[in-house]
Structures are given as C-alpha cells and as structure tokens.
Design a protein around this ligand. Structure first.
Ligand code: HGY
Ligand code: MN
Ligand code: MN
Length: 400
C-alpha cells in the first residue's frame, strides 16, 4: 500500500492521477520504480521506449509480472499501477523469503499502454512488433515522429528490451476490472478468460462553411449535420448487428470551425467497436465501410473513413495460467471469484501470443475507471495481491 501511494504521488490530482506517457512526472516515477526494483535485488533498467524492467539475477528462467504505470489524461490511481506494484511486492517478498535457486520473478512497467502517443508501445516493443527504423519513423497519435519523442525523452540512444521466450515460464498481470460486474455480483476476484479486440475509426466530413442565417437549408453542405446523422446511423446499425457483449462508442465529435452562426464546413467523429471475436470485428469493419460509402454517395458532403487502429486483437488467456489463478482465488476467496472477459484492452493481450499469459481483476468501486473517481477498497487491493502471490508460488513450485 505504501508503494501504491508513493507511485500515486507522482502526478496526483485530487483522488486521481495525471501521469501521461513520457511526461516529466511519468519519467520521474519510472526512476523511482527503477530504484525500488534495484533495491529488491533485480537488475533493473529503463529501456529505449521507457519500459522499466527488473530482471532476476542468477537464473535462466523466470515468471514475468507487469502492467503499465502511465495514465489517461484524467486517470485513476490504480489503472495499471496496481499490477506494477503487485509485481514489485511479490518479487521483493520472493527475494526476501529465500527464492528458488534456478527461477526468478521479473517485473515490468510497460510504456504508454494508454495510447497517448502509441497504444501499448512498451509491451509491443518488448514483443518485437517493429524494428527501430519502423518505430523511429512512425507517426505518434499526436502527429509527431516517434523518433523525436524518444529523443526528447533522452531515450534515443538506449537499446530496447526484447523478449527472450526461452526465459519466461509465463506472464501475469493484475488489473482493476474498470467495470461493474465484480461489484454487482459481490465477487472479489475476476479470472480473465479473454480480452476484447478493438477497432478504432475516424470519419471526416468535408462540406462548405457558410453563414448560418443567409444560407437556405436546401443549398447547405453542412458537415456538422452530416456527422450527426452518420453517428446516429452507426449507432442504429451496431445495435442491430451487435453480439451479446459488443460495445461501441462515439467518444469524440468535432465541428469546424465550431461557432453557432457558422454552418460547419468540416467535422470529424471517432467511432470505436470492441468485441471478443476477431471475425465479428472484421465483419463490422466491412459493414462500416459499406455504410460510409453509401452515405458519401448520397450526400452533398464528402465522407472519408479512416481505420485508425486495428492492432489490438482479441485474445484468449492461457488455460494453464487461468487455472493457476482460479486455484489461488478458490483457496483465498472461496466462492468469491468468477471467470470473466475483459472489456478493457491490456498489455497482457500483446504478451499472450508470445508467452503463456494470465490476468486477474479486483473490483472497481461503482465500476468507474478512466476518471479521477476510480477506486478500489483497500482490503480488495490486498486480497488481489495475495491471490496473485499464491498463483505465482504455485507456478514457480510446479514449473520452476
Ligand atoms: O482503453 C482501454 O481499454 C485501456 O484501458 N487503454
Ligand atoms: Mn490499464
Ligand atoms: Mn486505462
């Protein structure tokens, strides 16, 4: 709890935290974490994209525990931080209580899971999803060159840590649920079975800016009104084709220039769909394409569809890892745990195709997250760490 509250102090605002990727406060918190991991006896470093990784010494095999410590712009104090500090606590306890000779615990805080510049940058870098050249020349979500961002952070000469699959028995990540189901059902632990995939679209509307008083309705090329109709149409379309747990969000809508007495000449909407089935997400992508093409053909406004991001794929958690987490939950919270899908994206879905990965959730009060009011009861935080530690102990004993 002390370490969670110390990490919280880096960027705390009221009950929440603002510690976005690569900000000064984020880099300061990474140096604090580096010191904690080093004191624990791990060989710790900050790599070329800002991942903080502590590696157990004198062993060729280890279990990797991690999450992210960057936050959303209006972030909660536990989103990501919980799993990183669980890793620190479990690794420290393991080192202090006489670890097994030939197997260790490594700990990671992945950079920019929240996609301030590059969604899940740190875990995707670790899993070798791109070369240095591809990374440095890529455009960040903010529009700048990633190479410039890394240079400003003083990381451009630092090597990136790359996964050695021979080293790892598996990967475990603990996270707050960020949703309502554990609290609604009264369960204390979620054992994650699968993590949803995400499709992020942006639709641009090009019309003709004009005077809101003198332009007759039948002569208007109103990009704003076209955006509103398209948004409503997308919502209606998904409500018909959605599967049981499909979710879709229009998180951002902008008009240009955005003034009451001007017919908008431009508009832009973000449209995001999440589902556990990749095939369904591909089907929806096609449905959206056809719908936008139809609107474009029938409207006086020109529409342009952009599929921003389809790199966040739906994954199943490794069954063996799920079983270790379930057995630990049953031992420490008998009858108070459930298997569940994750509606939030996580670094574990980047690691899962490369290392046997598992996740556990602890309850979020009111199901709130990505908001300063995000919170979890202290006893639930502690129980979650104990369950994670019990799962780790079983894995190391069986497979170490
Ligand atoms: O959006 C997400 O699911 C993650 O919390 N970044
Ligand atoms: Mn998170
Ligand atoms: Mn988040």
């Amino acid at each position: 709890m002390n370490d969670l509250n110390t990490l919280r102090s880096y960027g705390s605002v009221g009950n929440g935290v603002v510690r976005t990727a690569f900000s000064d406060i984020d880099m300061k918190s990474r140096h604090w974490l580096l010191d904690q991991l080093t004191t624990t006896g791990l060989k710790a470093s900050i790599d070329g994209v800002g991942n903080v990784i502590g590696k157990a010494q004198d062993c060729s095999r280890s279990l990797l525990i991690g999450s992210h410590s960057d936050t959303q712009p209006t972030g909660g104090w536990l989103d990501g931080a919980l799993g990183v500090i669980y890793g620190l606590e479990i690794a420290r306890t393991y080192q202090e209580t006489g670890r097994l000779a030939n197997v260790g615990i490594d700990v990671a805080s992945w950079m920019d899971e929240e996609g301030t510049y590059f969604s899940s940058l740190g875990s995707r870098s670790f899993c070798g999803e791109f070369t240095d050249a591809e990374l440095l020349d890529s455009r960040s979500i903010q529009g700048g060159r990633m190479g410039d961002l890394l240079r400003q952070a003083g990381l451009d000469d630092t090597p990136r840590a790359i996964l050695d699959p021979e080293r790892y028995l598996g990967y475990l990540e603990a996270h707050i649920e960020q949703g309502p189901f554990l609290e609604q059902t009264g369960y204390k632990i979620g054992v994650v079975t699968s993590i949803v995939g995400v499709r992020d679209f942006v639709i641009h509307f090009h019309g003709c800016q004009n005077h809101a008083g003198t332009t007759p309705m039948d002569l208007r090329q109103d990009a704003g009104m076209a955006a509103i109709h398209a948004a409503y149409g997308l919502d209606r379309m998904l409500s018909k084709s959605a599967r049981e747990k499909t979710v879709w969000t229009i998180g951002d809508i902008k008009f240009h220039p955005g003034a009451a007495s001007i017919v908008p000449g431009g508009a832009r909407i973000s449209f995001q769909v999440r589902d556990a089935d990749e095939g369904f997400l591909d089907f929806v992508t096609q449905e959206v394409r056809v719908y936008i093409e139809k609107l474009d053909a029938s409207s006086k406004v020109t529409l342009e569809l952009e599929l921003l991001d389809d790199s966040v794929h739906a994954v199943e958690m490794n069954q063996r890892m799920q079983d270790y987490c379930a057995r630990a939950a049953e031992r420490l919270a008998p009858g108070e745990w459930m298997n569940m899908q994750s509606g939030a994206a996580h670094d574990a879905q980047v690691l899962a195709p490369n290392i046997a990965s598992g996740m556990i959730f602890v309850p979020s009060i009111g199901g709130i997250s990505h908001d300063f009011n995000e919170d979890t009861a202290e006893e639930d935080i502690i129980l979650g760490c104990q369950v994670m530690a019990a799962a780790v102990e079983a894995i190391l004993q069986d497979e170490g």
